[in-house]
Design a protein. Sequence first.
Length: 377
Amino acid sequence: MDPITAATHPDPYPYYASLRAQGGLTFDPHLKLWIASSAEAVCAVLRHADCHVRPAHEPVPKAIADGPAGRVFGRLMRMNEGERQRCPRAAIAPGLQDIDPQQVEALVRARFITEDDVDLHPRQFIGPASVVATLLGFSPTQSHLVSELTGDFVACLSPLSQTTQLDAAHRATEQLEMLFRERIDTPDSPLLKRICQDLATDPDSLVPNLIGLLSQTYEATAGLIGNAVLALIRDPALRRTVIAAPKQISPLLAEVQRFDPGVQNTRRFVAAPSEILGATLNSGDVILVLLASANRDPRLNPQPDDFLLDRSNRRSVSFGTGRHECPGQTLALSIAHATLEAMLEREPRWDRLTWSYRPSINGRIPMFSDQSGTQAP
Ligand code: HEM
């Protein structure tokens, strides 16, 4: 195992503990990466002004730079520093934080009623981004399409992507851009109206960052829902507890996102010579930031390797920290809560499921199938 393959290893947590024991911020000569594994190092890196989200020499990955997906990528707040991050973030984050969880629940439940498929895969992947699309004013049918296109777009963000996926991502981006331009012409959702007004000074970043909301939702929320399902499959007593008392779904999700996060790591690129916790880093150095390891640091959470529903003062960096901290955290938890609740009410037969992690260098996203190998209920 290494710090990258750890993301999809069956149990990377003892390995993360061994990395922390070597020091919170160490250099891996084989991977040629700095590894931040302790909570202190992870927070120091994510809050450091000179630790940037993209390398200065390659603001957009070469593989997509010349196409529509690259054009969008280059404008995402997630992939920028300075005004290109601050301006869209200031316009978008407040609206996300004000979304009513009851509205989210109603949207998730409406999807369960109107869409008769019972597979876990669409609940986990298509559902969350569809909800965000509906909040941005798309009709239920369009939202489904928008979510599928988002799946094609996010496939280009991984270095593991194949040429056919890159081509599909460019085509999907063009369609998403067109659909959003139509929506913006007659914005009838309060969230979209608010974002359009607040981002009027920076119109070029509007459509890319609306697509960004969908792409940030797609895999990360699938990871949270999937890892919660996995926790319930592994522990039948926990499952019985949660089915008997659905109010336990909130603490369940809070602990799952800490204990076994869907986003295991992120990266930073050093923009100027920096001293971090006694280590000297040079411009161009790359840091692998192990969010999942920080959550298990005993200095962040006592008894970090115990799964405790009633954990007091739970602390987690699964949604990042510092200037790029996730603005969609509350929304993600609301979507996952409503999805899990609706699934559990249908008495799922999850014991028949097999699963494997989706190939990824940073996501820990279980994909389920039933024992015959088909998508699972
Ligand atoms: C369980 C689901 C989610 C997880 C675990 C998650 C996690 C994260 C993390 C770790 C970051 C920071 C990355 C970094 O600093 O390198 C981030 C950023 C971001 N997330 Fe989320 N996220 C989730 C869902 C969402 C949702 C539902 C939305 C919006 C609808 C969203 C929107 C964003 C945006 C726009 C950023 C970039 C913020 C910036 O760069 O200023 N996320 N997310």
